[in-house]
Design a binder for this molecule. Sequence first.
Ligand code: CUA
Length: 167
Amino acid sequence: MHLHKYEKIWMSFGVGSLLLFLIVLGIGAFYQGTKPPSCMVTLDPQNVQAHDAFKDENLGLQQLGDSEYTLNVLASAFNYDMGVDEEGSPVRKVRIPVGSTVTFQATTKDVIHGFELAGTNVNMMLEPGYISTLETTMDVPGTYTLICNEYCGTAHHLMMATVEVYE
Ligand code: CUA
């Protein structure tokens, strides 16, 4: 069979593009392994207390400045630990004044969990051994539900907490 010169050129171009695409896809998918997007800080998932942010007394909402907060959350199946209130009951809801800058800082001590504050741009994956952080300004008052969007077991759908942004 005789191939026209241009046919050969276009065929090599097609095959070349396909190979390039697969190489880029392959490197993109496996380069650096799977890690949460903000994965620069690591910790021992068996001993999260070793990191200041996840010591019992530092869990939950911490005020840093006038309108600056950190929310430290320790996820586990099937709970978002945000510390305890004055009565010693687990905190299920935090209240933040509108316009505040909040740094969400979270990790998990068992399996992969999600960390999505529905209706906002806060959406992180929590992986054992990594601290996921995200800074945002809470500009819209409302009651937001923190949900787990990574399947983590039988009570996955019950894993939630509430963040209220008030005026
Ligand atoms: Cu935690 Cu799903």
